[in-house]
Design a binder for this molecule. Structure first.
Ligand code: OSB
Ligand code: MG
Length: 389
């Protein structure tokens, strides 16, 4: 496969409902879509970097810079036998996994489309992949416990197989207690997005009596050692999200007993190639994984569904229906969850969904294109589209 042209678009799309984590509240999603042209087809990738460096150090602006100045020159016009060769080809660039993953995702889609195969088959090396994936929801911090109860009720009625709520100091034990009292023994978990420290261990241990599936990323985003100490003091399983940036991080976390479960987000680890290796490493150590979410549009969401067909994705992921996020979505048909809380894996080539380029165009705030032979800034087309307010 060979990428002849890369196009970056920075999009702004309003969220159907605001999303609040321990980092704060957002009403709109600002994100980059990558289109890769080559081998007579186009592939799409979605970047999970956000406007602010809160979930991760990367932002849309750092991604724009790293792709344009460092990734594009290393992939354009280069013959790759398989998209899994792309991450190793970017080894000289330290970090910036979200930027790498966005380009790599477009390359996987391009490769799968050029071969007329669904992405899931390429990811699974042609093996028979599952046709549906188990879906859960992530419910942000709400203005009141009543608002939270209304949300949980709606998502359970929609069929979702597990509920995750975001927690932070001041919005934790009482929220979980309320859900257990009102909704009984549903599959429930919490995600702290690094809002606590080891000094909160006794407070967090108060969650042990609620039979949670797991507590996700309670401590610092780079920490592994304190998580290991905390896991010894909790009966609830710890799941790491932010702390796992690489296979080396996962090996260390598993070795130290810092978690019993790992959340996989391709953007966090540098793409599908690394996600597959991480999935396999966890499988070899008896660590179940599930697919995380970053409020993706249908493009990233479809890709996540394909990856989730691998066998050790044995817990419901944060991959829910399009209409919880964007209306309309950037794809047709939108991703939908069935009454049994599962989502069908799109069956067509590549991502298996059609891309609504008109909607992408409408949401675009900035465009840049990079072509073989047109790599210096004189010929790179960067135009700032006037912001609509
Ligand atoms: O920690 O899993 C997270 C969204 C943005 C940043 C971090 C996280 C999340 C979610 C949302 O939990 C999951 C979803 O896409 O629904
Ligand atoms: Mg998380």
């Amino acid at each position: 496969m060979k990428i002849e042209r890369l196009e970056l678009r920075l999009l702004k799309l309003p969220l159907v409902h605001f999303f609040e984590t321990s980092f704060g509240r957002i009403y709109d999603k600002h994100f980059i879509i990558v289109r890769a042209d080559g081998d007579g087809v186009s592939g799409y990738g979605e970047c999970v970097a956000e406007q602010d460096p809160y979930y991760s150090a990367e932002t849309n602006d750092t991604v724009w810079h790293i792709i344009g100045d460092f990734i594009a020159p290393r992939v354009l016009g280069v013959e790759f036998a398989h998209p899994r060769e792309i991450f190793p080809a970017l080894k000289a660039i330290r970090g910036h996994n979200m930027a790498k993953a966005a380009v790599e995702m477009a390359a996987w889609d391009l490769y799968a489309r050029a071969h007329g195969e669904p992405l899931a088959r390429v990811i699974g090396n042609g093996g028979s992949a599952r046709e549906r994936i188990a879906s859960g929801v992530s419910i942000g911090i709400q203005d009141s416990l009543d608002d939270l109860a209304a949300k949980v009720e709606r998502e359970l009625a929609a069929g979702y197989q597990r509920i995750k709520i975001k927690i932070k100091p001041g919005w934790d034990v009482a929220a979980v207690d309320m859900i257990r009292q009102r909704f009984g023994s549903i599959r429930l978990m919490v995600d702290a997005n690094a809002a606590y420290t080891l000094a909160d261990a006794d407070h967090l241990a108060a969650l042990d009596r609620y039979d949670l599936m797991m507590i996700e990323q309670p401590l610092d985003y780079e920490d592994i050692a304190d998580h290991a100490a905390l896991q010894k003091r909790l009966t609830t399983s710890i799941c790491l999200d932010e702390s796992i940036h690489s296979l080396a991080d996962a090996r260390e976390a598993i070795g130290l007993g810092a978690c019993r479960i790992i959340n996989i987000k391709p953007g966090r680890v540098g793409g599908f190639g690394e996600s597959i290796r991480l999935h396999d490493l966890c499988a070899a150590h008896g660590i179940p994984v599930w697919h995380g979410g970053m409020l993706e549009s249908g493009i990233g969401r479809a890709a996540n569904i394909h990856l989730s067909t691998l066998p050790n994705f044995s817990l419901p992921g944060d991959i829910a229906g399009s209409k919880r996020y964007f209306n309309p979505d950037l794809i047709e048909p939108p991703i939908e969850v069935a009454a049994d809380g599962t989502i069908a894996v799109p069956a067509g080539p590549g991502l298996g969904v059609s891309i609504r380029t008109d909607r992408i165009e409408q949401a675009t705030r900035r465009v840049a294109t990079f072509e073989v032979g047109n790599l210096n800034s004189d010929v790179v087309q960067t135009s700032d589209v006037k912001l609509q307010t």
